[in-house]
Write a protein that binds this ligand. Structure first.
Ligand code: AMP
Ligand code: ZN
Length: 114
């Protein structure tokens, strides 16, 4: 989608530190990391939030979590632990309107983040 910063990252129109990519999903480092490991894992297709995750996207979301599991292992936090966060809408603190999953780890995380 035009004017969507994460679509532009997926299309390489703006730079990012890419950690993983396939035809459906891309993962990149958060520009303002809240933990030693802070990746954003996104479906490449433009979904605004979980509110757009209708049953036809179940496979895509399942695949996205498979990628998250793999990245957690590659970034060395599988055993120490990590957190996956998805903010949704205004009250959920969502800033970027393209569905994304924060993968946070590498330190003991506070009960609440953000
Ligand atoms: P939120 O929408 O609140 O779940 O979070 C959006 C996240 O996107 C924040 O953690 C930002 O630091 C991150 N972010 C915004 N722009 C970029 C960018 N160009 N590259 C990487 N991360 C970004
Ligand atoms: Zn988008």
């Amino acid at each position: 989608m035009k004017d969507c910063i994460f679509c532009q990252i997926a299309l390489k129109e703006i730079p990012s530190e890419i950690a993983y990519e396939d035809d459906q999903v891309i993962a990149f480092k958060d520009i303002q990391p809240l933990a030693p490991v802070h990746l954003l894992v996104i479906p490449k297709c433009h979904l605004c939030s979980i509110n757009d995750v209708t049953p036809e996207y179940e496979g895509l979301i399942g695949h996205t979590f498979s990628v998250i599991r793999r990245l957690a292992s590659e970034f060395g936090v599988s055993e120490s632990g990590y957190r996956v966060v998805t903010n949704t809408g205004t009250d959920g603190g969502q800033i970027v309107g393209h569905l994304h999953f924060h993968l946070l780890g590498g330190q003991a995380l506070n009960a609440k983040i953000g």
